[in-house]
Design a protein around this ligand. Structure first.
Ligand code: ARG
Length: 459
C-alpha cells in the first residue's frame, strides 16, 4: 500500500523502519474514539459548508459502517497502516472512494490523536470513578459491622494504641475519596478539545471548533493551537493520580499480607482469593495483595517514563508523543484490574479473626498512653505522668507481666494518685471509647463517620 505521503518521496521506507515507526499495534485501541472524532469533524465541515450534505452523509455512513464491522469482530485494524488514523482513513477511502479523501480537510493527525486520547482517557476516568466507589463501598461494608472490633494500631510497626477496626478501614475510604477527587480534577482538564488546532497553527479552512467540541462532549477548547498539540501534561496527571491510587492499594495489600501471617493471625484468606504452593502443602499464599503491591512499581515506572518523555521536547508536536499511549493504556488497565481484585479480596477474600484481634490488644502495652492520661485526669502534669508510666512499663517488662496484672498497691508505689478505677481505664474497649476527639477512634466518632459514608456512598 502506498503511503499517504508517497508522492513526495522517491523511495519507499525501509521495512524495519516502517515497523519501528508504526503505532497501529497499540493505538488501535483508540478506534472508537477516532471514529467519533471523525464523525464530529465531518458534521462540522458540513455545517461550515466545506462539505456538501451528500458528501457528509457518505462519509458518516462509511465511518458508521466501519464501527459496526469493528464491533461485530469483522474488522481488525492492523499493519501496513501506520496508525489508527491512517488506518481508518484508508479503509474509508477504500469503501466510499474519492469522497473519503475529503475527510482530512482542515485537520491534522496531531490534533486528531490529541482528541482521541482525551476521549479515551475521559471514558477510562469515568470507569475508574465507579470502580473506586465500589471499593469504598466494600470497605464500608466491613467497617459497618466492625465498629466495636478492636485492632492494634501501629506506628513504626510497633504497637502504638488500640483502634476500632472500622476506623482503620475508614482511613482507606478517605484515601480513595481523595483519589476520586484527583481524577475528577484531571478529568476536567482532559475534557478540553484540541481539535481544530490542525498541525500546530490552526487552519484557513472554515471550521467551527466549538461545534466539534460540543459534539464530542468537551467542556471547552484549547485557546492556543500550539499548546493544543504539544500538551501531554494531562496524561502525566492521569498516571500520577493512578500512581497514588496504587500507593494506597499497596498499603492495604501490605497490611493484609501481614495480617494473614501466622505471626499476626489478625485475618485469614478464604479459598476464593488465595493460592496453594506447588511444593509446600500447608501453604495458602496471598497472591492477590502481593500482585497488587508488585504492580504498583509498574505504574510508578509509567509516570517516570512520561515525565521523561516530555522533558525538553520543543514546541509543537514531536513523534516522541507517540510514546504516550502504551503507558496510559497499561496504567488504565492495570489500575482498574487492581481495584477490582482488591474489591473482591475485601468482599470475599478475607475474614478477620475477631478473637485474635481482641486478645492482641488485651495483651500488650498499647494502653500506656491511657495510663499516663489517667494521671493527667488527676491533675498530674503529662510529662511527669509519662515518666511514671515509663517506670511502670520497665517494672512490668522485668516481671513479664502487663499493667492489668499489677496490684493496686504496686501502682500506688509509683504514684499515690492511682486508685482502683485505674483498671477500668486500662480496658482496651474503654481505651478506644475514650478517644472522643474529632476524627479519633472513639466509637461514637466512628459511628458518626460510618453514617456519613453510608449517606455519601448511598449504601
Ligand atoms: N501515531 C501518531 C501519534 O501517536 C499520530 C500523530 C502523528 N503525527 C505526525 N505529525 N507524525 O502520535
Amino acid at each position: 500500500m502506498d503511503k499517504v505521503w508517497s508522492k513526495r518521496f522517491d523511495n519507499s521506507l525501509n521495512p524495519f523502519i516502517e515497523k519501528f515507526n508504526a503505532s497501529i499495534g497499540f493505538d488501535k485501541k483508540l478506534i472508537l474514539e477516532d471514529l467519533d472524532c471523525s464523525i464530529a469533524h465531518a458534521k462540522m465541515l458540513c455545517k461550515t459548508q466545506v462539505l456538501s450534505s451528500a458528501e457528509t452523509l457518505k462519509i458518516i455512513n462509511g465511518l458508521e459502517a466501519i464501527k459496526v464491522e469493528y464491533l461485530e469482530g469483522k474488522f481488525f485494524p492492523s499493519a501496513p497502516s501506520e496508525d489508527i488514523h491512517y488506518c481508518i482513513e484508508e479503509k474509508l477511502i477504500s469503501m466510499i472512494g474519492e469522497t473519503g479523501k475529503k475527510l482530512h480537510t482542515g485537520r491534522s493527525r496531531n490534533d486528531q490523536v490529541g482528541t482521541d486520547i482525551r476521549l479515551w482517557l475521559r471514558k477510562e476516568i469515568d470507569n475508574l470513578e465507579i470502580l473506586i466507589m465500589d471499593l469504598q463501598k466494600s470497605f464500608l461494608n466491613i467497617a459497618k459491622s466492625n465498629i466495636y472490633t478492636l485492632i492494634p494500631g501501629y506506628t513504626h510497626m510497633q504497637r502504638a494504641q488500640p483502634l476500632s477496626l472500622a476506623h482503620h478501614l475508614l482511613a482507606y475510604i478517605e484515601m480513595l475519596q481523595r483519589d476520586r477527587e484527583r481524577f475528577k480534577q484531571v478529568r476536567s482538564r482532559v475534557n478540553t478539545s484540541p481539535l481544530g488546532a490542525a498541525a500546530l497553527a490552526g487552519t484557513k479552512i472554515k471550521i467551527d471548533r466549538n461545534f466539534t467540541a460540543a459534539e464530542l462532549g468537551f467542556e471547552k477548547i484549547y485557546k492556543n493551537s500550539i499548546d493544543a498539540v504539544s500538551d501531554r501534561d494531562f496524561c502525566i496527571e492521569f498516571v500520577s493520580a493512578s500512581a497514588l491510587v496504587m500507593s494506597h492499594l499497596s498499603k492495604i495489600s501490605e497490611e493484609i499480607i501481614l495480617w494473614v501471617t501466622d505471626e499476626f493471625s489478625f485475618a485469614r484468606l478464604t479459598d476464593k482469593c488465595a493460592t496453594g504452593s506447588s511444593l509446600m502443602p500447608q501453604k495458602k499464599n496471598p497472591d492477590v495483595p502481593e500482585l497488587i503491591r508488585g504492580k504498583t512499581g509498574r505504574i510508578y515506572g509509567h509516570l517516570q517514563a512520561l515525565l521523561t518523555m516530555v522533558k525538553g521536547v520543543p514546541l509543537a508536536y514531536n513523534k516522541d508523543f507517540q510514546e504516550d499511549k502504551e503507558p496510559i493504556f497499561d496504567t488504565a488497565e492495570t489500575i482498574s484490574s487492581c481495584i477490582k481484585a482488591m474489591t473482591i479480596l475485601i468482599d470475599e477474600g478475607i475474614e478477620f479473626n475477631i478473637k485474635n484481634l481482641s486478645d492482641s490488644v488485651d495483651n500488650d502495652f498499647s494502653n500506656a498512653t491511657d495510663l499516663a492520661d489517667y494521671l493527667v485526669g488527676k491533675k498530674i502534669p503529662f510529662r511527669t505522668a509519662y515518666e511514671v508510666v515509663g517506670e511502670i512499663v520497665k517494672y512490668c517488662l522485668e516481671r513479664k507481666i502487663l499493667f492489668k496484672n499489677l496490684k493496686i498497691d504496686e501502682f500506688k508505689k509509683f504514684h499515690p494518685k492511682f486508685d482502683e478505677d485505674v483498671f477500668e481505664s486500662l480496658e482496651p474497649f474503654n481505651v478506644v471509647e475514650s478517644r472522643i476527639s474529632e476524627g479519633g477512634t472513639g466509637f461514637a466518632q466512628v459511628k458518626k463517620e460510618v453514617n456519613n459514608w453510608q449517606k455519601k456512598l448511598l449504601l
